[in-house]
Ligand binder design. Sequence first.
Ligand SMILES: [Fe+2]
Ligand SMILES: [Fe+2]
Length: 174
Amino acid sequence: MAELSDRLHKKMNEQIQEEIFSAYLYYSMSAWFETKNLPGFGHWMRCQAMEEMMHAHRFYNHMHERRRAVELLEIKKPEYKWGSPLEIYQAAFEHELHITGKIHDLVKIANEENDYTAEVGLLQWFVNEQIEEEESTDAVVQKLNMIGEDKTGLYQLDKELGMRVVVVPPLFKW
Ligand SMILES: [Fe+2]
Ligand SMILES: [Fe+2]
């Protein structure tokens, strides 16, 4: 196993910051939904936040397994005001596009450095995960567009999103 370079080490610290910020943002979105009497949407967003913490933890583990210390960076205050559920899910989708870009940057660097341990062992999982992240947020955008101003539809969607469960993969190392 090659040594984890300083450049990749720095980028991974920054990615942990990105993932924990994502959790923070989704908690903030969850809180907004709770105040709007949409507890299913709120629940979905908290599940999303939990998943983001697991993402941060994958980088955390990888770095420590390679004997490099994690340096936690500052987490900024997330947005907390939105105009509608649609606006929130559009923002969540945009945020996931941003994260996909960050993951692809990491792949590029790992590839340049011939760090297959990072590229294949860690980052390949994230490339696939981001497909799912974009898809799952966009799916709700599409449903909200379909519902439009229909309150019954919104009520039904809230129930549906309230069924989400967080799946911890069997080999996930806490
Ligand atoms: Fe993530
Ligand atoms: Fe995400």
